[in-house]
Design a protein around this ligand. Structure first.
Ligand SMILES: [Zn+2]
Length: 180
């Protein structure tokens, strides 16, 4: 077994997730999966220490300082970050209708692709009658070749989750996995 995360308390309250600086990759994936995630690369330790909601960090000192829900990631592996976070949040690695904008976390709405003329390539408009548009930052999304890469990562995450477990370790819980 290899530990990839340490969480306190074992049962986290679902709510807003705050992601520590250096974990921007994780914030984009959590948003795509539909988890409301706040990420800034300039959160101070004092700010993060006092926040309600779940704070995800790689900083052991911050983990020790915090009273509220906190997940400490114990690995450099990005995919394992996502595995540990989704297990703690009890969320499946699926991108569905509640997907949020990976860039800003805004809500995505379906729009007629013709409204995006001039803002996305012409062949994208031809191939997709509808696009997704972020209500907050205005960015457009569509199913492209990168989606296959996203699917592969989500499958990998799904398989890893089946090999990992959350076990009590005093007042904290350890997220560990069989073969990594
Ligand atoms: Zn956005």
């Amino acid at each position: 077994m290899r530990a990839i995360g340490l969480v306190k308390p074992c049962e986290v309250t679902r709510g807003i997730v705050y992601v520590d600086s250096m974990l921007g990759w994780l914030s984009r994936w959590l948003r795509m999966i539909g988890v409301m995630t706040i990420y800034r690369d300039d959160f101070s330790d004092d700010e993060l220490a006092g926040l309600g909601g779940l704070v995800i960090t790689r900083d052991r000192g911050l983990f020790n300082r915090r009273r509220g829900d906190t997940l400490l990631l114990l690995t450099d592996n990005h995919v394992h970050w996502l595995v540990a976070s989704l297990m703690v949040l009890n969320v499946k690695p699926i991108i569905g209708d509640n997907s949020l904008c990976p860039v800003c976390g805004g809500r995505l709405i379906k729009v007629d692709s013709r409204n995006a003329a001039g803002e996305v390539p012409v062949n994208v408009i031809k191939r997709n009658p509808t696009l997704l548009k972020c209500e907050s930052c205005g960015k457009y999304y569509w199913v492209g070749s990168h989606h296959r890469g996203i699917g592969r990562t989500l499958n990998m995450v799904n398989e890893l989750i089946s090999k990992c477990s959350i076990k009590h370790n005093g007042s904290e819980c350890l997220v560990s996995c069989l073969t990594l």
